[in-house]
Design a protein around this ligand. Structure first.
Ligand SMILES: Cc1cc2nc3c(=O)[nH]c(=O)nc-3n(C[C@H](O)[C@H](O)[C@H](O)COP(=O)(O)O)c2cc1C
Length: 170
């Protein structure tokens, strides 16, 4: 799948088949986080990779906006150094890279939580000097998806050409 096709078709997947993700695919997902760019190349992050079914179930409780993590085959908790000014943007790039890499292999995922994930942090033994930005569950979708069926504002509403408000198209 080329990059634009992955961007065009990826959807939030919140329900997963009971099927393991092959090791080489897991490794590529994690490597895509590791390789991500960050401000001044500081890499102020730590990724906790969870495949243990009991821990996944507990994460589904700890992350209140992501109960479906309990049914995932894999989850990655993305933590950033609290002191880092760019932590959130750096983490966002790593998250998007992981999600697109997974999608290109047929593996669905979603972004769950947005900071304040202290229960997830203590469950995973993440030190206080880090904040858990999000937990990303991964798994093969358990049902056919409306691939590429995105609900977005019209392009003309959010894109201008040269100056704000000047139509991009036409
Ligand atoms: C920063 C951010 C935080 C999000 N947090 C959650 C969340 O806590 N729980 C959840 O189920 N989805 C979460 N999402 C997923 C969005 O709701 C989803 O991507 C959006 O509704 C668009 O749907 P689509 O990705 O299927 O096009 C989050 C997405 C982003 C980018």
């Amino acid at each position: 799948m080329d990059v634009f096709e992955a961007v065009r078709t990826i959807l939030a997947v919140r329900s997963y088949a009971d099927r393991d993700i092959p090791l080489d695919v897991v490794d590529r997902i994690i490597e895509s986080a590791h390789l991500s760019a960050s401000s001044m190349n500081r890499q102020p992050w730590h990724f906790v990779v969870v495949q243990d079914r009991d821990t996944l179930r507990e994460l589904g409780t700890a992350v209140t906006t992501g109960p479906y993590i309990s049914g995932a085959a894999l989850a990655v908790a993305v933590a950033v150094e609290r002191e880092s000014r760019f932590g959130m943007s750096d983490a966002s790039r790593a998250i998007q890279n992981m999600m697109l890499t997974a999608w290109s292999e047929g593996v669905g995922s979603n972004w769950a939580g947005f900071g304040g994930l202290d229960d997830a942090a203590s469950l995973l033994g993440i030190p206080d000097s880090y904040e858990v930005v999000a937990v990303i569950p991964f798994g093969y979708p358990d049902r056919p998806l409306g691939v590429g069926r995105k609900n977005r504002k019209p392009l003309g509403e959010v894109v201008s050409r040269e100056r704000f408000g000047r139509p991009f198209g036409g």
